[in-house]
Design a protein. Structure first.
Length: 316
């Protein structure tokens, strides 16, 4: 809809303060990078980048200068004469970015541009693309289903579900304080503990889990007697030998183990509540074994109450 290919059923789309609902795509002053890059196979990298300027009937000298600048921006000057099939996936992506930026758009749209890249190249291109956009200074709308891309590349995140905005905020705000269970599950892995509020003190509550254990969490608006879901991220849970005591301590047994290189992931059964836990493996720390008894604990400020949230299965 923002690009102009689909007409909205209701509401307004404004660009630079002007309503563009009825403006055709080619008049919206928007640069776009498609998921497939959509490079013209019969054109060289230089000709692909120059295409938008030629359609705008810019004179040859100005076109050549701006194309040179765009290719330099994405570090592809040496590949200007190559055709798309002669370029790697990352190089094709940079040609598509240069083609979108060379017209100096008011808005840059990126439609999952990393989806066709392997994991290593995707990681390096995330930083490179952000640097390019920051140097140019263009407002960019980046569409992705990859949580790592969303968190690492954005200044603000909009989480959508079935066309409805669930939450808008900085990456840290959306990750640490999700508006509901859908957002919590979409941005990162999470544990959701169902419990009932016993009492509150300031911004913290004391709540009783279904297992009967009592825990504390951050819930500024929850009232005694209210049923809540507590969100706790796997990396926020500390795992220690069994028998430890203290605030927010649960006893459990490791049921599954996954070695992830720099850290290990454990599935722990804590009295019928199954929790996913991440543990860093630095300093020669050994990976725990299935069946090992452990103590889980966390800072109450890192557990967030999700009031009125619907389970993800109910939102589909």
């Amino acid at each position: 809809m923002i690009a102009g290919f689909i007409r909205p059923d209701a509401g307004h789309i404004r660009l630079r303060g002007e309503r563009v609902n009825d403006v055709p795509p080619y008049e919206r002053d928007i640069g776009m990078v498609f998921q497939s890059y959509a490079l013209f196979p019969h054109m060289t990298a230089r000709d692909n980048v120059a295409f938008g300027l030629k359609m705008r009937r810019l004179d040859r000298r100005a076109t050549a200068r701006r194309v040179d600048e765009a290719l330099a921006l994405v570090r592809l000057e040496a590949y200007a004469g190559r055709y798309p099939h002669q370029l790697s996936g990352g190089q094709q992506q940079r040609v598509a970015i240069a083609r979108a930026l060379v017209i100096e758009p008011s808005l840059l749209l990126l439609d999952e541009p990393m989806s066709n890249l392997d994991a290593a190249l995707r990681a390096s291109m995330q930083f490179e693309l952000r640097q390019i956009v920051e140097r140019v200074g263009v407002t960019t709308l980046y569409v992705t289903h990859n949580q790592e891309e969303a968190l690492s590349m954005s200044d603000r995140i909009i989480v959508l579900s079935s066309g409805r905005i669930e939450q808008i905020g900085t990456p840290l705000d959306v990750y640490a304080s999700p508006a509901n269970e859908f957002v919590a599950g979409f941005l990162g892995r999470s544990n959701v503990i169902r419990c009932r509020v016993l009492e509150r003190g300031g911004a913290l509550i004391t709540a009783k889990m279904e297992s009967g254990d009592t825990i504390a969490a951050r819930a500024p608006e929850a009232a005694p007697g209210e049923a809540v879901r507590l969100l706790i991220r796997p990396e926020s849970i500390s795992i220690r030998p069994a028998g430890q005591s203290g605030e927010n301590c649960l006893q459990g047994r490791v049921s599954q183990v996954a070695f992830m290189g720099a850290f290990a992931e454990y599935v722990v059964d804590a009295g019928g509540t199954v929790l996913l836990v991440q543990e860093a493996l630095g300093g020669g720390r050994a990976v725990r074994r299935p069946g090992e008894r452990v103590t889980l604990s966390w800072d109450p400020a890192l557990a967030v109450a999700l009031r009125g949230a619907l389970p993800e299965a109910d939102r589909r």
